[in-house]
Ligand binder design. Sequence first.
Ligand code: G16
Length: 542
Amino acid sequence: MMKTISTVPIEGQKPGTSGLRKKTQVFMTPGYLENFIQSIWNGIGSVQGKTLVLGGDGRFFNTEAIQTIVKMAVAARAARLIIGQNGLLSTPAASHLIRLHGADGGIILSASHNPGGSEGDFGVKFNTANGGPAPESVTEAIYAASTTISEYEIAEIPDIDLSLSGKTRHMETEIELVDPVTDYATLMETLFDFDAIRALIAGGFRLRFDAMHAVTGPYAREILVNRLGAPDDCVVNATPLPDFGGGHPDPNPVWAHALMSEMMGDTAPDFGAASDGDGDRNMILGRGIYVTPSDSLAVIAANAHLAPGYAKGLAGVARSMPTSCALDRVAKARGMACFATPTGWKFFGNLLDSGKATLCGEESAGTGSDHIREKDGLWAVLMWLNILARKGVSVNQVMVDHWREFGRDYYSRHDYEEVDSEAANALITDLRAQLGSLPGQVFGPLTVARAEEFSYLDPVDGSLTQKQGLQIHFAEGARLVLRLSGTGTSGATLRVYMERHEARAEDLTRDAQDSLSDVIAAMQALTELKTRLNREGPDVVT
Ligand code: G16
């Protein structure tokens, strides 16, 4: 039986950088999720006769939301739903399943690295048939549908038992529950030299993976412990919890501080890594060293050929605009095309689909390749293990060698979180107005060479995306970028990105904040940020 429920549009159902993210309580408001799901169906035309993949990162409200979506997909006469058992699917695994089954798309329930729980955040992402996040044309259509919605349809069927495996049928829809891990783990075996990594680990190489009580625990156990022979205790916080153990599942030195301090200690393992809520982000550490995501991307670009899946080399590489230029240096030296896109993995989709780029990455701890259409946390970990196994040197040595060859792009991001939206917008507006007059202006030892607002002309479909961040380039090889985050759920988050290239061999191992002090001072002078945002300093420094 199907029920048609009258509804009215709900304000603000506009997907941001990565899907619709709101407070969990907002999503739990009766009709909120239903309105958005119906808007997806309406925005893409219909799901009648289509196949969708469905799963989430296990956060609070995950299973209830899945039950609702199942009933709405059945009412909309979807042909087939492929659902991760217990409602779990990491974002990369969902992307892989969409591609593996030739599905028409998928719905991933996650607010990524944002905290979960009833007082935390929840999110819904729609991915298209290529396995990637819906492009802006699709998210705009979904948003437009949410502003005119008048009813939604839901089937009156009992909840399905998510713990089972196998197929059942409800009205016209076949529902298949699949193991969330196996297909993904098997894909990883086709890309990396598991024998070499196994031998490295068997030889006494010690690693630690922090799943941050989020979705990657079962994936890391299967791959690192069961398939690669690492000891059981190398995966910590491995059971996905609805509130991520009260933590903030964002793999960076601030939120993964337990792993960070272990890796900086005297008895540190050789390699440390962490992933986020839905398994698409990564953090890479060596004994006594944190590898910035931008550096990690550059190292992978320079060494990916050591992994069997990339032995033929990379067609091209891409980074989000605020990501450091370390990648560009490798691309130039190796004769590879290098693209800079707006922030958001969805902008890599066309480059990957068209074969223009094989490897993509972002400063926000996302790295991935054309094996799927999402960034992939465990993929990056395995890539690093493959590189270390084949090179036979430490993480620290890999970095030092890399910087000697390409120079070092000192890099840092300062986040000012939950600041007053009006003040943050005004700061950006005022800086935008100054851009034309900045060239030639001097800030301490730095002189502005160029200043512009980033816009992106997609080389594949010709679409133009504007207002994607303010960039100020200094003649001395430094850069400052400011933009507002599109993933927060309260107030505004201002992100300030700073970098400076250093080629002098004797200056390659300085502290990043220290090395960037002139750029930080220029940023303060340019924005008067402290007074305007009423903040003494950033909330998060990575
Ligand atoms: C998402 C996007 C990324 C983006 C990040 C930060 O990651 O997929 O492309 O870099 O948000 O975006 P913003 O700076 O707008 O907050 P995730 O891991 O949260 O899905």
